[in-house]
Design a protein around this ligand. Structure first.
Ligand code: S3P
Length: 470
């Protein structure tokens, strides 16, 4: 038997080998410190792991079909594996074959079964929030929890629209996990205008809408990543999008059957961001990253780095499985600070920590505003970035909703130790700072990197980075 639910952090990978019965590997994370030494330049080619957002959605939608959905390139990081575990607890068959292809046999829309225990989504905000959208379509109770970081993040943004659809929540003070949610006998369709630009909230409401009679609509005044809309269509759902420029209305008719499909997950642009920035900041670097997602709702970092003077070329632009994909070529260059348009934030929301690192080696000031959402990510990223930069000799001002970084016109001093705060992107951003600094940077705990970018230090080492375990 494989334990996939519980109150403790764990990861289970089910492996299907056609000549063997299913086996599994269970890992437990232990904290470990790592120092990134100054790197001369980065040279070479790589692929980054699969897109985290797309991977979660593939497992969830696959679990809502009858028949087999196959997924290649799935991100095998802790966050996504936690979603796979939750879908199994709901009764879907989710297995990986020996070629790394995942096979999902789902239960149909509204066909999931009541999990026998608590669903522990670890560090994953996307996993828990999207699954809540699915949970409310079933007239039983689901219990959710997560790690210390996830238990501190607000869930009211999800609970409010789902309560309006008829679900009942029981949660800790401040709408925090752990929580229990019971779906009504019949869900009500709603029209919901997002109070914050959040693809997680949009997706949770659309997923719930699959289980409601009539049409559920989400209105966004700032467009967010549209992977759910694209993938729902790929599964045969009727999704309409009215784009009125500053107002997007996404509508979905409920009670539709989803058709199983084949998905290829592109490389995650949010993971590519770390080698992109490291190479862009180190003169003499030349790095190529193949097969990266190039959805326009995710390419804000590339656009911003180019405005800062980075040499980044998109090659072989193509569409794979309903998503734009490209190969990236990055050459090292000198960067200059800019004012980043706040309205660009949703297209690069997870990339600000590493953008702030690029700003640290630029000439002049980089101003980043409109980022209140960064305070409720895996950590308070505005505070984590400001503290980490200041402790490594980079002048920085922390604003209520942003950061102003005064660049060092070349290599920042470094030499400090940065607290990762259970946040994978803080850990990786400051390892990049170490690579481009004069004295290196130590991260107190790099284990959270496993949530989104397994193999990070090996891939970076192959390009010329140097790390020392502490
Ligand atoms: C995600 C949406 C974003 C992003 C997160 C992944 C998604 O969160 O930060 O890493 O897959 O929908 P918000 O919806 O909170 O902006």
């Amino acid at each position: 038997m494989v334990i996939t639910i519980g109150w403790f952090p764990r990861v289970a990978i089910h492996t299907r080998n056609r000549s063997m019965n299913s086996t599994h590997i269970t890992q437990n994370r232990t904290a470990s410190a790592l120092t990134a030494s100054p790197a001369r330049s980065l040279v070479g080619g790589l692929r980054v792991p699969g897109d985290k957002s797309i991977s979660h959605r593939a497992l969830i939608l696959g679990g809502l079909t009858v028949g087999e959905t196959t997924v290649s390139g799935l991100l095998e990081g802790e966050d996504v594996l936690a979603t796979a575990g939750a879908m199994r607890a709901y009764g879907a068959e989710v297995e990986r074959d020996s070629d790394g292809v995942w096979h999902i046999h789902g239960c149909g829309v509204s066909g999931l079964g009541e999990p026998a225990g608590v669903l522990d989504l670890g560090n994953s905000g996307t996993g828990v929030r999207l699954l809540m959208g699915v949970a409310v379509g079933h007239a039983f109770t689901s219990f959710f929890t997560g790690d210390e970081s996830l238990r501190s993040r607000p869930m009211d943004r999800i609970c409010h629209p789902l309560e309006a659809m008829g679900a009942t929540f029981l949660y800790r003070t401040g709408d925090r996990l752990p929580l229990a949610v019971t779906g009504p006998k019949s869900l009500r369709p709603i029209t919901y205008e997002l109070p914050v630009p959040s693809a997680q909230v949009k997706s949770a409401v659309l997923l719930a809408g699959l289980h409601a009679p009539g049409v559920t609509s989400v209105i966004e005044t700032a467009a967010t990543r549209d992977h759910s809309e694209r993938m729902l269509r790929g599964f045969g759902a009727d999704v309409t999008v009215e784009d009125g420029g500053d107002r997007r209305v996404i509508s979905l008719a409920g009670h539709q059957e989803l058709r199983p499909t084949t998905i290829h997950v592109p490389g995650d642009p949010s993971s590519a961001a770390f080698p992109v920035v490291a190479a862009a900041c180190l003169p003499g670097s030349s790095v190529r990253i193949d097969g990266v997602g190039a959805n326009p709702m995710r390419t804000g970092l590339i656009e911003t780095l180019r405005e800062m003077g980075a040499k980044i070329t998109l090659l072989n632009e193509r569409e794979e499985g309903g998503e734009p994909v490209a190969d990236l070529q990055i050459e090292g260059s000198e960067l200059r600070g800019i004012e980043v348009p706040p309205e660009r934030a949703p297209t690069m929301i997870d990339e600000y920590p590493v953008l702030a690192v690029a700003a640290a080696c630029a000439s002049g000031r980089t101003v980043m505003r409109g980022l209140a959402e960064l305070r409720v990510k895996e950590s308070d990223r505005l505070s984590a970035v400001a503290t980490g930069l200041a402790d490594n000799g980079v002048p920085v001002e922390e604003l209520e909703d942003g950061l102003i970084v005064t660049g060092c016109e070349g290599k920042p001093q470094g030499g400090g130790t940065v607290a990762a705060r259970l946040d994978h992107r803080i850990a990786m951003a400051f390892l990049v700072l170490g690579m481009i600094s004069r004295n290196g940077v130590t991260i107190d705990d790099v284990s959270p990197i496993e949530t989104s970018f397994p193999g990070f230090s090996d891939l970076m080492t192959n390009l010329g980075a140097e790390f020392q375990t502490q």
